[in-house]
Design a protein around this ligand. Structure first.
Ligand code: ADP
Length: 413
């Protein structure tokens, strides 16, 4: 069964096509960037092709495309998949369903769902909690409803995996009314990634996931660390929004809650200025003026002290959160690293895990430098795994499962 997976951001649409039956093979991938401009770009590694310029021939020079909105972007992806060049699918009818990444499912969605009008209304209601993320997903869903008319669409929520977090962990110590009337609580994010990483870790442990306690560290531009007990999230470092927890590329992670008030009251910053400072100019960017960890490491090696401090702060705070997560689980069977930094950066993993030597965790420097699946020595008390993130595959699998069940239902008379 072939599934198209879409991840719609505010100015980009990323896509992948999977063959899900048995093999779970990625057949094509690409993205449209700078939507809403006349300088948009379409990158496609469709079919991992013989001819990587087929997209350029169909639409014009990359970087100079007029893509006014998400509908136009989805249309281009559809045209690509329909074209004779595309060996991934034999026309649109070959696609059984479309899976969408939706960031916020609030308290309404505890699992992936087939999209209908009610689900769209639910995603709209959750948009107040994720004003930057849910609206573009809705644009993608609506565009697909028109362009792939009648194809089943499935929403896979970043928050859904965290719906198992118990109340003692998801409630904040603030007036009750803020939760009851306004839904202010911890929701958590990167759920699809943590779900995938923890399931892969259970396979490596050769244990049923129900009998595992796993610390899942998704460390990328955005970072979060999750306690996964028996395959279910029981706590995570992100909260109401993806600003909380570990220090990130441009977001601060945990803060004294008075800090934004101080910025408004004492520094006379507007709410919008504070929002921008916390979302775009904090974290690594705030500390050392760079947000890409590869660059920061290079500058730190060359002696830049701000970059050295930023890396120090990141490693220390990640280690502290891992420690808290181990306590939440009352011990752990494995620690997993995933996402850009987690799966690619031996230096940062070693730095974080230095704080865990008292737990009997022993890094094998060779395995670590090669990003091997297990980076600890055979006699380490707790194994540490590196699992490349694959959220799109989880979305494709959930979509195939839901679409498959739907197609097996007897037709309504
Ligand atoms: P996003 O959250 O945007 O999906 P990613 O998971 O792709 O982000 O992570 C991006 C981060 O990973 C960047 O800070 C980048 O520098 C870092 N990164 C990627 N590859 C490496 C590497 N080989 N060494 C160190 N950092 C890396």
């Amino acid at each position: 069964m072939k599934i198209l997976v879409l991840n719609c951001g505010s100015s980009s649409v990323k896509y992948k096509v999977y063959e899900v039956d048995g093999v779970n093979q990625e057949l094509a991938s690409g993205m449209v960037e700078r939507i809403g401009t006349k300088n948009a770009d379409l990158k496609c590694s469709c079919c991992f092709a013989h001819d990587p310029r087929c997209a350029a021939r169909m639409f014009g020079e990359p970087g100079k495309l007029d893509v006014p909105d998400h509908r136009a972007a989805v249309n281009m992806i559809c045209d690509l998949l329909k074209s004779d060049h595309c060996t991934a699918v034999k026309g649109i009818d070959d696609i059984a369903g479309i899976g969408h990444r939706v960031v916020h499912g609030g308290e309404e969605f505890a699992e992936s769902v087939l999209i209908d009008d009610e689900v769209i209304e639910g995603i709209e209601r959750c948009a107040r909690l994720a004003p930057l993320h849910n609206p573009p997903a809705l644009l993608g869903i609506r565009a697909c409803a028109e362009i792939f008319s009648g194809k089943p669409q499935v929403a896979v929520f970043d928050t859904a995996f965290h719906r198992s977090i118990p109340e003692k962990a998801y409630r904040y110590g603030i007036p009750d009314v803020l939760y009851r009337q306004h839904g202010i609580r911890k929701y958590g994010f990167h759920g699809t990634s943590h779900r995938y990483a923890s399931h892969e870790a259970a396979k490596l442990l050769k244990k049923p996931i129900e009998h595992t306690r796993i610390v899942s560290c998704h460390l990328g531009n955005g970072s979060s660390i999750t306690a996964v007990q028996g395959g279910k999230s029981i706590d995570t470092t992100m909260g109401l929004t993806p600003l909380a927890g570990v220090i990130m590329g441009t977001r601060p992670g945990d803060l004294d809650p008075f800090i934004p008030l101080f910025m408004i009251k004492e520094m006379k910053m507007s709410v919008q200025e504070v929002d921008e400072a916390l979302n775009k100019r904090s974290g690594f960017e705030g500390i050392c003026n760079h947000h890409d960890v590869r660059e920061i490491e290079e500058l730190a090696r060359a002696g830049d002290e701000d970059c050295q401090l930023a890396l120090d702060m990141f490693a220390y705070r990640a280690a502290r959160f891992i420690g808290g997560t181990v306590m939440a689980l009352s011990g752990c069977d494995a620690i997993v690293f995933t996402a850009g930094i987690g799966q690619n950066d031996p230096y940062m993993r070693a730095r974080i895990l230095k704080y865990a030597t008292h737990m009997g965790i022993k890094i094998d420097p060779e395995r670590n430098s090669r990003n091997e699946r297990m980076i600890t020595t055979d006699d380490s008390e707790v194994p540490v795994f590196v699992i490349p993130a694959n959220e799109e595959l989880v979305i494709a699998r959930d979509t195939a499962a839901i679409v498959g069940v739907r197609s097996k239902k007897p037709a309504v008379a």
